[in-house]
Design a protein around this ligand. Structure first.
Ligand SMILES: [Zn+2]
Length: 129
């Protein structure tokens, strides 16, 4: 009675009733697959997937546990960025609509010097008068 190989799905004639693979290589391959072996540069080795999966599960749990902290850190970063953006935005608006209100520009200093000179002139005139 013919059977389908459990690994390659091809029909084969099992010599025994309990044979489920058509050939020893299918049996081996199926065994590798079952045990999460992977083909790595010419040889099979035990896959670390199961270990990685376990680690991922563990880290997922720890992420879940520390999610509150992560969210807090994110919200702090977000609000900091938001403030920064708001600051630069208002700076930009000031620069466009009222450039002289921004402190410490060259124009401001020149205007201040002009004012001081005018004040000096007025004081001089006052002393003369
Ligand atoms: Zn097979």
């Amino acid at each position: 009675m013919e059977k389908n190989c459990k690994y390659c799905r091809e029909l084969f004639n099992p010599r025994r009733k309990n044979h489920i693979y058509c050939c020893p290589s299918c049996k081996t391959m199926a065994s590798y697959e079952r045990n999460q072996y992977k083909y790595v540069s010419g040889h099979y080795q035990k896959s670390e997937n199961s270990l990685v999966e376990q680690k991922e599960k563990e880290s997922a749990i720890s992420i879940k546990d520390s999610k509150k902290d992560v969210v807090n850190l994110n919200s702090i970063a977000n609000s900091a960025l938001g403030n920064l953006a708001a600051d630069s935005l208002s700076y930009g608006i000031k620069k466009v609509f009222a450039p002289n209100t921004i402190p410490a520009t060259k124009e401001d200093i020149l205007a201040l010097q002009k004012d001081i000179n005018q004040l000096k002139l007025l004081l001089k005139m006052k002393t003369i008068n």
